[in-house]
Write a protein that binds this ligand. Structure first.
Ligand SMILES: NC(=O)c1ccc[n+]([C@@H]2O[C@H](COP(=O)([O-])OP(=O)(O)OC[C@H]3O[C@@H](n4cnc5c(N)ncnc54)[C@H](OP(=O)(O)O)[C@@H]3O)[C@@H](O)[C@H]2O)c1
Length: 258
């Protein structure tokens, strides 16, 4: 299927690693003009080189006070932005009574405030885009709260509420807003976690991954590319009647009907 993305202007915030990098690569392969942004300049430079096709990059920390200024500076020349993908986010594991205010605030800043700031800063550019689409990254845990993940369960559910609300507000302007909600996906986020858990439990990271993979009906973690395929589809005009949705790509781990 031709996704008709040739010449489209796309920005992936969180595009230097994991699902974001896989998305940036797919967008570039489909002919889009891709920019990636995240915190670490060296990692961005390496990621942009791996994408090829003249991929551009700029550093931004979406949890920092200067984030909006950095984002608007990059698109301040009246250029339109057709596709905005924000993958910044993550979960922390632990029981409810193990988290104080700082942990809640930090995770909220990353999962909710970061995407909010990014969309707000770039809205003018998105309004100038061609059939523009915004895609944010939810999580299976937003629809089916995991035990031991209370903080991000709450914040990712908030992000899905943001997607639904924004989709209504921006629909009259022709802007679509959706979320892709991944299940367990083999990225740095999980590889680091598996190492920590293996050290705590006296096992190996591979054994931790196997244990968690066994809970997934398809019996394995997703590759980042399998999530990115869905992100790129909803960002494309092939999904022109899809807005306000959170589409699960979770190997079947979500047990709900919706
Ligand atoms: N992996 C999973 O199993 C899984 C499951 C459910 C949901 N998700 C969601 O999917 C999304 C992507 O996850 P992932 O596994 O691809 O994560 P990842 O591999 O850790 O990649 C995160 C990306 O975001 C950037 N980043 C992190 N904090 C940032 C900040 N404050 N400002 C700007 N950029 C920042 C990172 O680069 P720098 O560190 O250099 O900034 C990196 O490019 C997240 O929202 C996550 O919650 C993932």
């Amino acid at each position: 299927m031709d996704l008709q993305l040739a010449g489209r202007e796309a920005l992936v915030v969180g595009g230097s690693a994991g699902i974001g990098l896989a998305t940036a690569r797919l967008l570039a392969a489909e002919g889009a003009s891709v920019t990636i942004a995240s915190r670490d300049a060296a990692r961005l430079q390496e990621a942009a080189a791996s994408i090829g096709a003249g991929a551009a990059w700029f550093p931004v920390d979406v949890t920092a006070d200067d984030a909006e200024a950095r984002l608007t500076a990059h698109y301040g020349d009246g250029k339109g932005l057709d596709i905005l993908v924000v993958t910044v986010g993550g979960s922390i594991r632990g029981r409810f009574d193990s988290f104080g205010d700082d942990a809640w605030h930090d995770n909220y800043n990353m999962n909710v405030i970061g995407p909010v700031r990014t969309v707000r800063a770039l809205l003018g550019s998105i309004e100038r885009g061609r059939s523009p689409a915004i895609v944010l990254l939810g999580a299976a845990g937003a629809k089916m709260p995991y035990v031991n993940q209370v903080v991000s369960n709450v914040h990712k559910a908030g992000l899905l509420a943001l997607v639904k609300t924004l989709s209504h507000e921006l629909a009259p302007k022709g802007i679509r807003v959706n979320a892709i909600s991944p299940g367990r996906t083999l990225t740095r986020l999980w590889l680091d976690r598996a190492e920590r858990m293996a050290a705590e439990q006296g096992t190996t990271p591979d054994e931790v991954i196997e244990e968690f993979a066994a809970e997934v009906p398809l019996g394995r973690f997703a590759e980042p590319d399998e999530i990115a395929q869905a992100v790129v589809f909803v960002a494309s005009d092939r999904a022109s009647y899809i807005t306000g949705q959170s589409i699960s790509v979770d190997g079947g781990i979500g047990r709900g009907l919706l």
